[in-house]
Design a protein around this ligand. Structure first.
Ligand code: ZN
Length: 312
């Protein structure tokens, strides 16, 4: 009995010694990565064993400053930290405001090594908890496309009266939705309408560890440009140019007319679209957390949560 106790004590001592010599750094990284998650996500992870989820420990530390230094300074806005172009002549096609009715069409189009980014909402054209939204987002994720946050309700963060409480709610509800339905929490964020004050962008970057992705080229679909005009834009692209392109998956013509023509234009140049994280040269996971998606329950709803464009 005494002997067993001593052994147990000794084992405990050895484990403690190993812990002390190798993990303060790791513990600090975990703490930092955890602190960048919304409270709802932190609460859920606390119910899991550590082996059941993967925290991205490097993304919190991957120095965006270094990424920027290696880039043309015109690619990242100094005041807001928002990226407005791709490094290394990359081309990155993105689709905002989904998941929506044409998502499956888009996924059928962007094959053959092209990877695109979906800046998704929780409650915009359709509720993100609807079965069709969930399956569209899951299929995109499985195919290696990027899922990024476009806020819960497509809120205009540039408007007067945008408090930290409003920002926190818009961030948290989307993180909760992607965690439950997809088993991920995004690290990439695009402001609806591209509308924000630099202070808001810095708040989101610092508090939540988000990287802010804007665009260099606008297909013009949200301001009413005809498909022919958007297609002409893609046809002007030349090999060796960078393009970070804004499109919306909620317009039928953007999906059924422009997207196939865009893919054809890139194929003709021998250029593959890359996801937004690759566009800025990041090498770590584009998700703050990865785990298993949860099972549908009564919390999978947009009821009682902010309506599109609404603060509360
Ligand atoms: Zn949008």
């Amino acid at each position: 009995m005494v002997r067993l106790t001593s052994l147990a004590f000794l084992a405990g001592f050895v484990a403690t010694a190993v812990y002390a010599s190798s993990s303060p750094d790791l513990a600090a990284k975990k703490e930092r990565a955890m602190a960048q998650l919304s409270p709802a996500v932190q609460r859920y992870l606390a119910t899991l064993d550590e082996s059941e989820y993967e925290l991205d420990l490097d993304g919190a530390d991957e120095d965006e400053g270094q990424l920027a230094e290696r880039a043309d300074s015109s690619l990242q806005d100094a005041a807001s930290g928002a990226w407005k172009g791709c490094k290394n002549s990359a081309v990155s096609i993105s689709f905002d405001d989904g998941s929506y009715d044409y998502r499956q069409n888009l996924l059928d189009i962007w094959t053959g090594g092209h990877q695109v980014s979906f800046m998704i909402n929780g409650n915009n054209y359709r509720c993100g908890y609807d079965a069709a939204s969930v399956s569209g987002n899951r299929r995109a994720l499985a195919a290696g496309h990027l899922i990024a946050s476009h806020s819960w309700g497509h809120y205009d963060f540039g408007q007067a009266g945008t408090s930290h409480d409003i920002i926190d709610r818009q961030i948290e509800l989307l993180e909760e939705m992607t965690l439950k339905t997809l088993g991920i929490v995004p690290r990439y964020f695009r402001f609806p309408y591209g509308s924000f004050a630099p202070e808001t962008s810095q708040y989101i970057r610092k508090k939540y560890g988000y990287r802010i992705i804007q665009w260099s080229d606008d297909s013009g679909d949200s301001s009413g440009a005809p498909a022919s005009q958007s297609i002409a834009m893609y046809n002007r692209f030349k090999k060796g140019e960078q393009h970070l392109v804004l499109n919306h998956e909620t317009y039928e013509s953007s999906v059924k007319q422009v997207a196939p023509a865009a893919k054809k234009a890139l194929d003709k140049l021998g250029v593959k679209s890359v996801t937004a994280d690759k566009c800025i040269g990041a090498t770590v996971s584009p998700y703050k957390v990865k785990t298993n998606p949860q099972k549908r329950d009564s919390s999978w709803t947009c009821e009682g949560k902010p309506r599109p464009g609404q603060p509360k």
